[in-house]
Design a protein around this ligand. Sequence first.
Ligand code: ADP
Ligand code: ASP
Ligand code: MG
Length: 402
Amino acid sequence: MLVVKKFGGTSVANKERIFNVARRCIDEYKKGNDVVVVLSAMGDTTDDLIEMAKDINPNPPKREMDMLMVTGEQVSVSLMVMAMASLGVPAVSLNAFQVQMHTTKVYGNARLKKIDTERIQTELDNKKIVVVTGFQGVNKYDDATTLGRGGSDTTAVALAAALKADICEIYTDVEGVYTADPRVVKNARKLKEISYDEMLNMATLGAQVLHNRSVEMAKKYGVQLVVRSSLNEAEGTVVKEVAKVEKRVISGVAADKTPSRISLIGLQDTPGIAFKIFNVLAKKNISVDFILQSVGRDGTKDISFTVDENNLQSTLDALNEYKETFTAERIEHEENVAKVSAVGSGMMTDPNITVKIFEALFNEGINVKMISTSEIRITVLIDEKDVDKATKAIHDAFELED
Ligand code: ADP
Ligand code: ASP
Ligand code: MG
């Protein structure tokens, strides 16, 4: 059997944790299985590296940023193999360049295109545990790239797909996927199973337990995932195509503190304005979410939308540059906003669900700034300070049993 095991930053944060992971991987190896391990950078290393960069240059060149980022994962994999060696087990560490994990060329948010399996296979045939750096790749210029924050999950799933692994286990600092972040909602429940589609929505809407692209890839290649704790033996959550039908109305609540809101006020109420605005942003590769347009009044209208807070400044710069072409009277923005979403298949078929969510927010005195819905989710934009309160309130409004 071939097993891919991925361990996140907290799971390898210090010497004791590194040895804990080494022992778990060795136990698997001693069962006679082939073991490929994917690691993230230790503890808060990635955040610390970002801080170091910003201290030197608040707007660091993207290529150099990735050169810096990839060092974090290299520390974890080499220390892990040293730990395994000290326990008498043959292992080898490989970075993205050595494996040849090919990505698109974008620094900071590259997509995996193809993974060569030859080197890993040779090492496995030599009866070694193979420990691979998560989160990183190589582009067509032979430069280091990274896959976006939380991207090690995607490395693990991509490797599992490329190597046709029998199972892909994501070990983290909670026992599985819960109905809401268990650190925020104390009575959140651990799910035995969740479907790819529901998990994809949860991940995209802010549940960082899995990188959303890892779920997308798992669905595409039919990789069955298990999310479980690196610190105990508790049974985790299985992520698969069809999850057992449960009595839950919604599968979970997810929160995302990264958006910023932008509003263009007093736009001419004529055709082509929205096209001009979003065309400017698309050309700068800025994705937007949550687009809302007001009803026209006195020949003018307003358009609001959200962007990732990291793109706020570049969005404002781009809009101000072209302000005249789309006739905006003013451009406003708000940074401290957050999205809270209730996710569940088929929720829009029941109007009571929407009412229950708004009632829960009303009871807590939380003001809703924007609303967006689909068949599988309802998302509200609120003040960032209210995000935990809103998550708990929506969670409590439903019987989230598994
Ligand atoms: P790792 O470093 O192992 O990749 P992450 O910090 O990326 O771990 O993801 C795990 C964290 O995700 C948990 O500590 C938890 O606070 C958070 N989280 C958010 N939503 C959920 C959820 N629905 N279920 C489980 N964990 C969640
Ligand atoms: N170390 C990277 C991050 O902190 C990748 C990961 O943890 O998955 O985002
Ligand atoms: Mg993660």
